[in-house]
Design a binder for this molecule. Structure first.
Ligand code: FAD
Length: 303
């Protein structure tokens, strides 16, 4: 927006969410469109898409960015289709193309083997999604001033075809809050079998970490898909990322290589993961993890 000399507006949809407007302004929004109504208490595709389309048609933004969360993915594809434009999903970098002034959306293509730069010259708005943790959050500037524009929701309950029934908490919701985690212990196919992930869980508990996994570990049924890190899993940016028995395929690296410190444990000294790791241990995970558990327990005075 600064490069194009344009302003940034945030769209805040929910129920009793007005207090979040100041956070959005402190984080860079010049305007906040606030749509606060009980109809938005729980996410529904119909209601959120309707509001977004009404806003786009009225204000005609040049660019619309949506967070590639579960809900964001759900609605962004539908919105782009309804307004007749394209959508570049899961971008890893955003620039302004010097020649055309268009947004240059960058995302992995062909299984992560190339980074494609995509322009949307003929249709508006230009639309894309970015996963949580791909960019570093800006430090909030609480002195920033911005305008809050209240929008009356024009969604009738009968227009919503799905109904909220109940929330079911995931049993391991804490240990797989990967996008917010400061420490992640991740296991790959080298963990061998499902039971061995118990050791990773024990280590995670001691460190206050979340448990991640490679796609191979997920495909082998060692852990649930919600733990997967990488191109088709979550993008993470923890302070410390432990990779146990993970080879370091490009599709995995895409999801974790911006972690502050990477510690890789692999029995193959030539594994590609060591190229991105800050620290490496060449060894068997089944020897290294119990040794780490013992040392961290001592360090933290845990019996
Ligand atoms: P492997 O490549 O099999 O590596 C296992 C590693 O463990 C080896 O390096 C081995 O030396 C080591 N090892 C074995 N035994 C031990 C031991 N006892 N102690 C120590 N080390 C040991 N992958 C992802 O992770 N995330 C994604 O989101 C993802 N998306 C993909 C999307 C597409 C379109 C495609 C084509 C692939 C995708 N993949 C993804 C798969 C990816 O290409 C790799 O196949 C996968 O990451 C490999 O997982 P891994 O490293 O656990 O297994």
């Amino acid at each position: 927006a600064d490069k194009l000399n344009q302003e940034i507006s945030a769209i805040l949809i929910g129920n009793n969410v007005a207090e979040l407007t100041s956070t959005l302004i402190a984080s860079g929004a010049d305007k906040v469109f606030l749509i606060d109504d009980p109809v938005f208490k729980h996410y529904s595709t119909d209601a959120y898409v309707k509001v977004m389309i009404d806003l786009i048609n009225e204000y005609k933004p040049s660019v619309v960015l949506v967070g590639a969360t579960n809900n964001g993915r759900d609605m962004s594809a539908r919105i782009s289709c309804r307004v007749g434009t394209g959508l570049t999903a899961d971008c890893t970098s955003l620039e302004i193309d010097e020649e055309t002034g268009l947004v240059a959306w960058t995302r992995p293509a062909f299984g992560g083997n190339i980074m494609a730069v995509i322009l949307c010259p003929n249709h508006r708005p230009q639309m894309g999604t970015v996963r949580p943790s791909v960019f570093k959050k800006p430090e909030p500037e609480h002195s920033r001033k911005g305008e809050v524009i209240k929008i009356q929701a024009n969604v009738k309950p009968e227009e919503i075809r799905t109904r909220f029934i109940e929330t079911i908490e995931l049993e391991d919701a804490i240990s797989c809050n990967l996008e917010e985690a400061e420490i992640i212990v991740s296991g790959g196919r080298g963990m061998g079998k499902k039971e061995n992930f118990k050791l990773l869980e024990e280590l995670a508990k001691i460190l206050g970490a979340s448990v991640g996994a490679s796609r191979a570990a997920v495909e082998d049924g060692m852990i649930a898909p919600i733990h997967q890190v990488g191109q088709t899993g979550k993008t993470v940016r923890p302070k410390i990322y432990f990779a146990f028995g993970i080879s370091g395929a490009i599709q995995h690296l895409i999801g974790m290589s911006t972690s502050d410190v990477i510690i890789a444990i692999n029995k193959d000294a030539d594994a590609p993961i060591f190229k991105v790791a800050n620290y490496g241990i060449v060894g068997d995970v089944m020897q290294v993890i119990p040794a780490m558990i013992e040392q961290f327990k001592k360090f933290k005075n845990i019996e």
